[in-house]
Design a protein around this ligand. Structure first.
Ligand code: BGC
Length: 339
């Protein structure tokens, strides 16, 4: 099913596409290749829309939340908004604290209309042409994102891309999840999170990694034994104080790399990815945004588990690197598996 989402300030029309499969239904927009709705049943068949979002497409453009958005070419932050690749320096937009780069710049992919290449009952493939120099990144890139709903209870996201010059490909999906339903923001912090990752990347007050990979053992960052997100979030621990809660990258070395469970409904979500890291962001910057169905999303009313390379990895050669050679096909997958 395809229907009009709304008219953008640019005069462009944004559309909504419904896909169903594996017991799930999702609504995807060509604006930003955004996951607008995701309906998931619990064990008793009660269905909830488990992602935060807006009713008006213009709100997706105006908001810095990145609800449901596809992020590229580079997710997360780049310190000093610059990096070097193959001996050349590249400058990006300083759109974060006027110094750093966040989610690639002032004209993010979330604000662009993607081309729908294929829409079936259970999948949709969206494409974007990103010209050389777009957001400061070299090379003409063709980017494709495919969302498919599959058994068992899986939202699978495939990223395929190619570029005619060496470039950076570090895509993610920025959905904010609340397994109690987006309309129960007050329940997000009581959900149980498990992250097997043994370390997280320590960051400074502007969330730029210092380079330290710190063991989670003995800290409030330890989710190897599942615990409610809210249990330690306000602990007197510098990394939590600096980021105002959880907003940190954890190592992914297991499959799944994280599991979120809502104790009340019993819904759970496993995150399976080929990426080396997951940014766990506990919605610390939410401040009552008026979302779908008039719901106000309070502080920490939903959480992101963004699969990606480590933040600022372009400036940390000791970490896995997001650089891709010219004309080399890029493929990556992340699955959100619901039960
Ligand atoms: C970052 C947050 C940021 C949010 C919205 C997340 O990926 O980790 O610091 O506020 O995106 O831009």
């Amino acid at each position: 099913m395809k229907k009009l989402f709304g008219t953008l300030k640019t005069g462009e029309s944004a559309y909504l596409y419904t896909i169903s499969g594996g017991g799930l239904t999702a609504v995807i927009s060509d604006l930003g290749a955004t996951v607008v709705k995701l309906f998931v049943p619990d064990a008793n068949g009660n269905i909830a829309d488990v992602v935060l979002g807006f009713d008006d497409p213009n709100d997706y453009i105006a908001s810095g939340t990145y609800f449901g958005a596809a992020v590229g070419r580079n997710s997360n932050r780049v310190g000093g908004a610059r990096f070097a690749m193959s001996g050349k320096e590249y400058a990006l937009d300083a759109n974060d604290n006027s110094i750093n780069n966040l989610h690639s710049g002032f004209y993010p992919y979330k604000n662009r209309i993607w081309t729908v290449q294929k829409h079936t009952e259970s999948s949709i493939r969206l494409s974007l042409s990103s010209p050389s120099g777009d957001q400061g990144f070299p090379g003409n890139a063709e980017i494709h994102i495919t969302y498919s709903l599959e058994n068992p209870g899986t939202l699978r996201i495939c990223y395929d891309a190619i570029c005619d010059q060496d470039t950076v490909f570090n895509f993610t999906n920025h959905s904010y999840f609340n397994l109690a339903g987006h309309n129960h923001p007050e329940k997000a912090m009581s959900q149980i999170l498990s992250i097997p990752g043994r370390f997280f990347t320590v960051a400074d007050a502007m969330s730029i990694p210092t380079g330290e990979n710190r063991a989670v053992v003995g800290t409030p960052m330890d989710f190897r034994i599942p615990k409610p997100i809210g249990r330690d979030i306000d602990a007197d621990y510098e990394p939590l104080k600096l980021q105002g809660g959880y907003d940190h990258n954890f190592e992914v070395f297991t499959d799944p790399g994280a599991i979120l469970t809502d104790p009340e409904s019993g819904r759970s979500m496993a995150v399976s990815t080929d990426r080396p890291g997951v940014q766990f962001y506990s919605g610390n910057f939410l401040e009552g945004e008026l979302g779908k169905d008039g719901v106000s999303y309070c502080h920490r009313g939903g959480i992101c588990l963004e699969t990606q390379f480590y933040p600022d990895s372009v400036n940390h050669p000791e970490w896995p690197q997001p650089f891709v050679k010219a004309d080399q096909p890029f493929h990556s997958e992340t699955k959100y598996i619901f039960r």
